[in-house]
Design a protein around this ligand. Structure first.
Ligand code: HT7
Ligand code: ZN
Length: 852
């Protein structure tokens, strides 16, 4: 495979200011006529390269004349235009949407036609430069059978429509805003709409539409509210107004990712649109709200200001994730949102940064860009923006974003452009900060406290680990929020923002009567790993008294983590300190039950493993279950009391009600771990009585870990009730793949044979196999059966959907973290994958890099 380097970027030789597309739609054959007005930007004559993927030109015309001066260079069309400086280049092609199982380009899903063009899908529809720095105004004519495709949608506004006398109809759409080809979209199908409107801050009325299959319209209310809230929030917080008279969203069930921000016509995975209390959990509701906001926010951070090239992906994704995180924090509980975001970062991004696929948020090279839609580009990218916001403070950050949007509106920009706008708008020197865009790897801060004549100081030693291709690292600039407390009630050092720049740095804390309790990286101000030896008593004190909720959460988690890591390493441990701290935190549950639920949850098996030199999945599971059982037993009455209370109605989506339900779910898990005889019946009672999916799924997942009769019964009831609802059926697969039962590998193998399982639907694949790779002890079963299962999946899925197949590989690439026997088996499976003939570029890149 060819490697593409960031340093090789050259501006396009031809621009395409206008493009007219003509679609004759059919599920098996769609004819595409493209007319590109091209303008030469190169000084000297240059051939026009139009990228293609699996296309054959049926006819080529230049300025209305049939044209023979063209040839194919692999999949691409090269048109020789002589010394012309401008021309209208027309190319006709035909594609088969039903055969498009990759779900990139134009594809069929459940009888409808839809598109996914980011990153390089447009070239599967028609020949085009297909690079984000070529921006065009689009006119799209689409025609098709009126019965099969009663609804015809594209970007912008519908400016004309009509019908033929052969049962066909057509629509003409125009998008006034120049856009890159990756933002093109088209949908044709039998859909119903939930309509609403939003009046912008300048008084313009925008028509809003959410399009779904008939029968699903009643489940779109939350998405619509999220859209209106997002539009208002972006005006209030960033001063950004929507810029078309129409904003459409379409939900499709076969989709490779979460959603897509096509201009004026977002296309969504149904998972992030459909929600009602009977079928969606509170987390699902939050997912809908967050993803609707994310895609809407792209209208400015991504569409109005787009990316110059795909190496700049974090310019739009990191910034937009930061924007959606801030929005969700404002709409619910900010501390809980921060905890969730950090938990995700640690679960998905820290391992990526520590493994063979580590890359900077602005990568230097790639073989297949789809492999770089990563937690690093998205979630670490968001942390980098957050750090700039922290360093600048709210007013200066807003001045920076205003400057960025105003200066680059209508342009294809770079990460450097963003940082420069922050520097100028925020009056700050970010020279050293730019290293966050260049260096991969999670920085580590080693902290030590020292005292001299009653004056205390904190010494920080910063290291950034070597990563593939980057053996040497320089220290990063970062904001570190700290506070120090006198535990005996004396004066404290209040919340203080320190800017770290050096490899070593000393921070004066002031005078304390004895060692202060240090609260560090408050609010997770920097995405780093902190090494700091603290006694159990100090952590317990911070868990109870720190005035920063995130730091309180961290202290309790650290206490649990220290205990679990010691136990998994074979040390004798005492559970008492953790039990007492959990009890103490539970006592405060009246105020913010969601925070309490997060805080008392044990760290995940994977996160415990991340703290060990060599991960021992079996010991981790054993010790985690032991601690869970100890907490369950010691606080049995509290857990029972939480469950004995009346659950808030499932229709109550207030943060408090959601928190109460979350805490009830935690109580179920703690009680189930005790093995006390009546618990399966109690959990089954919660399952049966549940008036909504949050409680129902929590109870089902709890039962799924065991082998009670109630387990089989509940799984059966759930299946019978929801077998016709694909999103809920996904949950049925998922809870079984998450199960801590010893036979889970075999169960997953059998579930893959279930009549409702299919490789054609990415959600279903993720619900079974994605959940399974997150089940550390099962995936790493000592005989290697888990590794074989995933390698078999990748081999079967790659020819059909390489993007989704390649996304299953990273867990196999973590082999260096495991014992020799497991490492050898993981490598062997990666090699088996690589030995498959005809392997895609996506999977080849991920598997070969994973072996390094
Ligand atoms: N910007 C969107 C990316 C996306 C995507 C990328 C590759 C393959 C399929 C895809 N679907 C959507 C999603 C987002 O971040 O908003
Ligand atoms: Zn995005």
């Amino acid at each position: 495979p060819v490697t593409i380097h960031r340093s090789d970027y050259r501006p396009p030789e031809w621009q395409v200011p206008d493009i007219a597309l003509d679609f004759a739609l059919g599920l098996d054959t769609t004819r595409v006529g493209a007319a590109l007005s091209v303008v030469r930007h190169a000084d000297a004559p240059a051939p026009l390269t139009l990228r293609g993927d699996g296309l054959t030109p049926l006819a080529v015309r230049v300025d209305g004349e049939s044209w023979n001066d063209w040839h194919m260079a692999g999949p691409d069309l090269i048109v020789d235009l002589g010394d012309r400086a401008r021309a209208i280049v027309e190319v006709d092609t035909a594609i088969d949407p039903t055969a498009n199982t990759q779900l990139m380009g134009l594809y069929a899903s459940n009888g409808m036609l839809c598109t996914q063009c980011e990153a390089e899908g447009f070239r599967r529809i028609t020949f085009h430069p297909d690079r984000p720095d070529v921006l065009s105004r689009y006119k799209v004519r689409m025609a098709g059978d009126k019965t099969a495709f009663p609804i015809l949608l594209s970007n912008g506004n519908c400016v004309a429509k009509g019908a033929g006398d052969d049962g066909s109809h057509w629509a003409l759409w125009e998008d006034p805003w120049p856009k890159p080809s990756y933002l093109f979209a088209l949908v044709a199908g039998d859909l119903v709409v939930n309509r609403d409107s939003f009046t912008t801050m300048s008084g313009r009325k925008v028509e809003l539409g959410i399009w779904v299959r008939a029968g699903d319209e009643g489940r779109t209310g939350h998405a619509m509210q999220a859209l209106k809230d997002s539009m208002a929030w972006d005006e209030r917080v960033y001063g950004r107004e929507y810029d078309l008279d129409l904003f459409n969203i379409v939900a499709v069930s076969d989709f490779n990712m979460g959603a897509m921000e096509n201009k004026g016509l977002n296309i969504f995975n149904t998972r992030y649109i459909l929600a009602d209390p009977d079928t969606a959990t509170d987390l699902d509701y939050d997912g809908v709200q967050g993803v609707v906001a994310h895609e809407y926010f792209h209208n400015w951070s991504g569409n109005r200001v787009t990316c110059r090239d795909w190496f700049q992906l974090s310019l739009k994704e990191g910034f937009t994730v930061y924007r959606d995180q801030s929005f969700s924090a404002d709409m619910g509980s900010a501390p809980v949102k921060r905890i969730e975001d950090v938990r995700l970062l640690r679960a998905a991004q820290f391992p990526e940064d520590a493994g063979p696929l580590a890359h900077p948020i602005r990568p230097d090279s790639y073989q297949e860009i789809s492999n770089f839609y990563t937690a690093t580009v998205y979630n670490k990218g968001a942390e980098i923006i957050r750090m700039m916001a922290t360093l600048l403070g709210p007013q200066r950050f807003r001045a920076g974003t205003d400057l960025y949007f105003d200066r680059h509106d209508g342009e294809a920009a770079t990460c450097e452009d963003f940082v420069r706008a922050m520097e100028e708008g925020g009056a700050i020197d970010l020279t050293q900060f730019r290293r966050w865009y260049e260096q991969a790897g999670t920085p580590r801060l080693k902290l030590t406290l020292s005292e001299d004549q009653g004056q205390w100081a904190l010494d920080v030693v910063q290291t950034v680990p070597p990563t593939p291709g980057q053996p040497e690292k320089l220290p990063m600039m970062m904001p570190l929020r700290i506070a120090a407390f006198d535990r005996s009630g004396g004066a404290s050092l209040p919340d203080t923002l320190v800017t770290l720049t050096g490899a070593t740095q000393r921070i004066a804390l002031g005078a304390f009567d004895g060692r202060p309790a240090l609260s560090v990286n408050r609010g997770f101000s920097a995405p780093v790993i902190v090494d700091f030896d603290r006694a159990q008593g100090e952590l317990a004190w911070l868990a109870a008294h720190d005035d920063d909720p995130f730091a309180r959460y961290e202290a309790l988690q650290q206490l649990m983590l220290d205990t679990l890591v010691a136990a998994a390493a074979g040390n004798e441990v005492d559970h008492r300190a953790v039990v007492d701290a959990v009890a103490q935190t539970l006592r405060g549950r009246g105020e913010d039950p969601a925070f309490v639920a997060e805080a008392v949850l044990l760290p995940s098996e994977a996160f415990i493993g991340d703290q060990m030199l060599t991960v021992d999945p079996d010991a981790i599971r054993r010790e985690r279950l032991a601690l869970q059982a100890a907490i369950g037993r010691a606080l049995e009455e509290e857990w029972r009391a939480i469950l004995a209370g009346k659950a808030p109605p499932a229709t109550d989506l207030s943060p408090h009600a959601k928190g109460e339900r979350r805490l009830r779910g935690v109580a179920l898990a703690y009680l189930a771990a005790t093995g006390i005889g009546d618990i399966p019946a109690l959990v089954f009672g919660v399952f049966s009585d549940a008036d909504g999916m949050t409680e129902r799924q929590a109870a089902l997942a709890t039962l799924a870990h065991g082998d009670s009769d109630e387990r089989a019964h509940a799984l059966d009831i759930f299946y019978q009730r929801y077998r016709d609802n694909p999103l809920v059926l996904d949950k049925w697969f998922q809870v079984q793949a998450w199960s801590m039962r010893p036979d889970t590998v075999e169960a997953v193998r059998q579930l893959a044979e279930h009549p409702d399982f299919t490789l054609s639907n990415p959600n279903r694949v993720r619900s079974l196999y994605g959940a399974f790779t997150g089940n550390q002890a099962a995936f790493h079963q000592a005989d290697g059966a888990g590794y074989r299962l995933i390698a078999d999946l990748v081999i079967a899925l790659d020819p059909r959907n390489p993007q989704t197949a390649a996304r299953m590989i990273p867990p196999l690439g973590r082999w260096k973290r495991f014992d020799e026997a497991r490492a050898a088996m993981m490598r062997a499976e990666l090699e088996r994958i690589l030995a498959q003939p005809g392997l895609s570029r996506d999977t080849t890149e991920q598997a070969s890099k994973s072996l390094l």
